[in-house]
Design a protein around this ligand. Structure first.
Ligand SMILES: *Cc1c(COP(=O)(O)O)cnc(C)c1O
Length: 397
């Protein structure tokens, strides 16, 4: 069996998305800034894609800026809020300890520019509360940036409540929604979201394309200098093939979203129930308030990297957490943010399911993970110490 269970890292492009991009790589290759017919055709396509994407978010087409992906959208959102903050002498930003590195590393850059950053702890549940945000807001707070759903453990944050609070307090609210788009309801007006990032390759579109929504009235700053594309807010010839594919992929994933999410949640819960039977393992993050396709566990006495290699050998593509940190031996900052000790965080496994996952595949994953965990433990000196009582267990049997 071959199962791709790493959809939080990236997804396979859908046929509809591929078909949508091909004409714009072949006959319709014009530059949207050109005045001739070829250019105007490209410009029309660009406008139609912008309208479709805006429609899915509940905003105006003019509020969308196309970017090279989620990382650039996050960077531009934070840099824009920072520029506004500087102008009003407000240099305090609130975020959480378990954001994506596109946020955390941009915040570090802003700290060097004199900003003060409060990172809220998320606790065992992996969910920040609106009360925590409220308590952290100060008169000099210019931005709250909190992700909609976490990329490693899938937990869902109360964005609408945080949005309403921020609107009330006159503080800008940005949300990295890269993992949420296509799986959770998004309406930027209703949820009082001022800025929102998305990335096409997380919902069956191409890599290297994304978008930033910026509410009208907020002046975004460019992070790429050059021509006047995107109304001067993002230089560079528009990647129309990728933009067309992104619009198509977004339409496709949003069709019957609730039914698809319900089915996927059922598969997720079946997988969680199965993996819960492995002794001394623990589910990361709230069991219910999580993305429909996300399963994240830590197994005591197991090395995450070894687990992945064995699973790969059995046809299962999984991850230890985030694709961005795999390869480094540091445990995931997300799992540490939940309060997992280093020893436990090292034994992590994320299975992020695709919409087409079947019950048979879920059962195969349960059997295979159970078997591989047992095998690794039988070879582990740490496990031997735990079993003999020379070392205390940190998780329940
Ligand atoms: C993947 C991801 C990003 C980065 O998006 P890219 O398009 O790969 O740059 C940012 N935030 C979250 C939550 C992600 O999952």
């Amino acid at each position: 069996m071959k199962i791709y269970a790493d959809n939080a890292a990236t997804t396979k492009m859908s046929k509809r998305a591929i078909d949508a991009m091909l004409p714009f790589m072949g006959t319709l290759y014009g530059n949207a800034s050109s005045l001739h017919t070829d250019g105007q055709r490209a410009a029309e396509a660009l406008l139609s894609a912008r309208e479709r994407i805006a429609g899915r978010l509940g905003c105006e087409p003019s509020e969308i800026i196309f970017t090279s992906g989620g990382s650039e959208a996050d960077t531009q959102a934070l840099m824009s809020a920072a520029a506004l903050g500087e102008r009003h002498n407000k240099k305090h930003i609130i975020s959480t300890t378990f954001e994506h590195h596109a946020i955390l590393h941009t915040l570090e850059a802003l700290e060097k520019r004199g900003f003060e950053v409060t990172l809220l702890p998320v606790g065992e549940s992996g969910i920040v509360s609106v009360e925590q945000v409220e308590a952290a807001i100060r008169p000099d707070t210019c931005l709250v940036t909190i992700m909609y759903a976490n990329n490693e453990i899938g937990t869902i944050q109360p964005v609408a409540d945080i949005g309403r609070l921020c609107r009330e307090k006159g503080v800008l609210f940005h949300t990295d929604s890269v993992q949420a788009v296509g799986h959770l309801a998004i309406d930027v007006k209703e949820q009082c979201i001022d800025m929102l990032s998305l990335s096409a390759h997380k919902f069956h579109g191409p890599k290297g394309i994304g978008a930033l929504y910026v509410r009208k009235g907020i002046q975004p700053v460019s992070v790429i200098y050059g021509g006047g594309q995107e109304r001067g807010k993002r230089a560079g010839t528009e990647n129309i093939p990728a933009i067309m594919a992104m619009a198509e992929a977004l339409d496709e994933i949003c069709e019957n979203m609730e039914e698809k999410a319900a089915r996927l949640s059922e598969m997720r819960d079946r997988l969680i129930r199965g993996l819960n039977r492995i002794p001394h393992g623990v589910l990361n993050g709230d069991a219910l308030r999580r993305l429909p396709g996300n399963v994240s566990f830590c197994f005591e006495g197991v090395e995450g990297e070894a687990l992945l290699l064995y699973l790969d050998d059995k046809g299962i593509s999984a991850s230890s957490g985030s694709a961005c940190t795999s390869g480094s031996l540091d445990p995931s900052h997300v799992l540490l943010a939940l309060g997992r000790p280093h020893e436990i965080a090292h034994g992590s496994l994320r299975l992020s399911l695709g919409e087409e996952i079947t019950r048979e595949e879920v059962d195969y994953m349960i059997d295979t993970v159970t078997e591989v965990v047992e095998k690794l433990r039988s070879m582990s000196p740490v496990w031997r110490d735990l079993q003999s009582g020379n070392r205390a267990y940190m998780t329940e049997a």
